[in-house]
Design a protein around this ligand. Sequence first.
Ligand code: SAM
Length: 215
Amino acid sequence: MLEFALRNDVYRRPLMTALDRLGLREGWRCVDVGAGGGDVSGALAEVVGRDGRVYAVDSDPLARDLVATAAAASSQVVAITQAAEELLLPEPVDLAFCRFVLMHVLDPAVVLGRMGGAVRPGGWVVAQEPITSAGRVGGRPLSMPDARHPDVGAELPALAVAAGLEVVDAWAESQAGAGPGPVADYLASLTGVHPGDAAVVLPPLVTVVARRPVN
Ligand SMILES: C[S@@+](CC[C@H](N)C(=O)[O-])C[C@H]1O[C@@H](n2cnc3c(N)ncnc32)[C@H](O)[C@@H]1O
């Protein structure tokens, strides 16, 4: 849970930038693919309100309990155990969202395609994925060899186009710091090594805001 809470802290700004760019509103139906601890699901639920709905989908059954705890106050959050590659919802949604997920799946193109299929025509697909090797500690590149696609962020716009989506906007952002604080703590949770006073640039997150074509 600690890592999720820290992620929420240091990557909340890119999340808010994306939701703002999108114009997420009350009443929207959304899916948070690879919801994990439910940070994003909770943030979406706050905006869509009681008339909206957030499906929190994750292949790990443990995530269901985490989401249930994190979003206990939000009756509109529905946790589902399902692989993103087989994404199937009870209704078309206005927004399909994922963050730090395509970097772990076997084939990011397949998952983006399922997300596109889950939204209504004209609906939104938003992905936020890192370029981990563009992060820096003391000037040196970071690496995340455990992830299947550690730099998938760099490919996101092209992957969205290949999935038949119209890319409306795309950008990259991350936080930087030196010395004690949430940036150093997050890096320590990610790598197991505390950076001390070294300068840190966290892996930039590439955000793609795309739409499913109407026809
Ligand atoms: C690094 S966590 C990200 C959690 C959350 N999206 C966030 O940003 O805080 C990745 C999550 O994706 C889930 N995941 C990985 N592969 C998946 C797949 N093929 N289908 C669904 N969920 C998957 C994992 O179980 C995990 O909860």
